[in-house]
Design a protein around this ligand. Structure first.
Ligand SMILES: Cc1cc2nc3c(=O)[nH]c(=O)nc-3n(C[C@H](O)[C@H](O)[C@H](O)COP(=O)(O)OP(=O)(O)OC[C@H]3O[C@@H](n4cnc5c(N)ncnc54)[C@H](O)[C@@H]3O)c2cc1C
Length: 435
């Protein structure tokens, strides 16, 4: 009887554990290991940082959830993985053997890339983890009392820009609500080649909508910006320009988590895990990976390096494919292997309006350079849908649902998106299946 282990209790790991539990008969064990006692709905952290929501509202207790839904729970940081002996070491010394492993540990944040970056001894804030969001909130409350210049942006190599746009535009809205917008100069500095690029070139209307919004709000924008140094009160770019700030939130670039980088032959040079279309590791047939720890390359050559956004929805679809394919390998279901299409929809809240980014798929066809469709659309409704989606996602996590059929149907009917596709049977061997 197999022990299927998921490492990481985040946006990818928890739904994957649920999908596995749903597919696999009780004789197989599903084990979830995470270094955090809570599941956090990460997209909600920007509202936490701007004091618009409490952290409690977007967190759930993993011990209770796993107990309720028949999943074995291990709280602890994984410090080592031996893919040859199929053994995981947890920080308390516990060794866990797996028959199949789904890695969903997210990525590490490269705050050490330049001096002064980030909340760990630096001068800028971050919204990437619950701890960062709380620290960003304390600083934000002080800033409201004593406002000055605000600088928001991202480092070269960052991949997910929508949170930076959300932060700067929601901050603008908050400053207006507090009646102090006229006391604050706001700048948005980004390595993107144009405003509204967000890591995915060619979304129809994304540039004009985003540029229009920044202009409407009086936010100064700097593209192709390479931050080289951050001092207590100013940010310096490679071209010599300087941006003074009283409050700054800069998204870092990402790399692989330490224990993955240390596991021989598991990752690429940046620490991301290569996968086959089935999400299986090309060299270790018992290992699958999903979410932001996966190696997904930015196909575009840009002046400064930028990553490809690995959104929550892409992560979830990868997790569904992982659970499905492990269930096929264990003989629990008789079906073709499946792969995520990486078609994605992202709702970004921008104060009193929002923009929905839709890319089908995010990665264009490598031969034609085209997608089925890709566009951005603006409206206040985006914020309502985003808020409703957050509640829906948390409800799913409470009730033990991964990605149910009605969600897939809704995405297809409302937005023309399909999340998964079967891998032709003839490709099964090439795709790394042992069946
Ligand atoms: C501020 C912000 C806003 C975002 N907004 C959106 C949005 O609006 N829409 C959208 O689609 N996407 C959004 N994203 C992206 C989305 O959050 C990610 O795609 C998603 O979180 C990736 O899921 P994951 O499971 O790969 O990683 P995570 O959700 O980061 O989960 C990783 C988990 O692994 C655990 N872990 C790490 N190391 C170890 C270890 N050594 N041992 C055990 N456990 C470990 C972590 O504690 C964590 O629980 C946003 C991202 C950020 C940072």
């Amino acid at each position: 009887m197999a022990n299927v282990v998921v490492i990481g209790g985040g946006l990818g790991g928890l739904p994957t554990a649920y999908e596995l539990r749903h597919y696999l008969p009780k004789e197989h064990t599903v084990t979830l290991i995470s270094d955090k006692a809570e599941f956090t709905f990460i997209p909600g952290l920007i509202r936490v940082a701007l004091n618009l929501n409490s952290l409690d509202h977007i967190q759930l207790n993993l011990s209770q959830l796993t107990q309720r839904h028949g999943i074995k729970w291990v709280l602890g940081k994984v410090t080592a993985l031996n893919p040859n002996t199929q053994q995981i070491t947890v920080e308390d010394g516990q060794k866990i053997y797996y028959d199949y492993l789904a890695i969903a540990v997210g990525s590490s944040l490269a705050f050490d890339e330049i001096p002064g970056l980030g909340p760990h001894g630096g001068y800028t804030q971050s919204v990437c983890t619950p701890e960062h969001a709380l620290e960003a909130k304390s600083a934000w409350l002080e800033f409201l009392e004593n406002p000055g210049d605000l600088v928001v942006g991202a480092m070269p190599g960052a991949g997910c820009f929508a949170p930076a746009y959300e932060f700067v535009l929601m901050a603008d809205q908050e400053l207006r609500r507090h009646g102090i917008r006229d006391k604050v100069n706001i700048s948005y500095i980004t390595p993107e080649p144009y405003i509204g690029h967000t890591g995915v070139r060619g979304l129809t209307h994304a540039q004009e909508l985003s540029e229009g919004l920044m202009a409407e709000r009086g936010i100064k924008t700097i593209v192709n910006a390479q931050i080289v140094d951050i001092q207590a009160d100013k940010i310096l770019l490679a071209d010599g320009s300087q941006f003074p700030f009283k409050y700054s939130m800069i998204l870092p670039s990402h790399g692989g988590v330490k224990f993955l980088r240390e596991a021989h032959g598991l990752t690429n040079e940046k620490g991301f895990i290569p996968v086959l279309p089935s999400q299986k590791h090309p060299d270790y047939p018992s290992i699958y990976a999903l979410g932001t720890c996966v190696d997904l390359k930015q196909p575009e050559k840009t002046l400064l390096p930028i990553g490809l956004p690995k959104s929550g929805q892409m992560t979830e679809a990868m997790g569904v494919a992982v659970a499905h394919n492990i269930a096929v390998e264990l003989g629990a279901i008789d079906a073709p292997l499946t792969q995520p299409t990486l078609e994605a929809l992202c709702f970004a809240e921008y104060g009193n309006t929002g923009i929905a980014y839709i890319a089908a798929p995010v990665l264009p066809n490598p031969d034609t350079g085209k997608r089925r469709f890709a566009y951005a659309v603006r409206g206040r409704w985006v914020n309502w849908v985003k808020a409703a989606f957050e509640e829906y996602f948390l409800l799913k996590m409470r009730t033990g649902l991964g990605m149910p059929w009605f969600e897939k149907l809704g995405l297809r009917v409302l937005f023309g998106l399909s999340m998964l596709q079967s891998i032709p049977l003839k490709d099964k061997h090439q795709l790394g299946s042992s069946t």
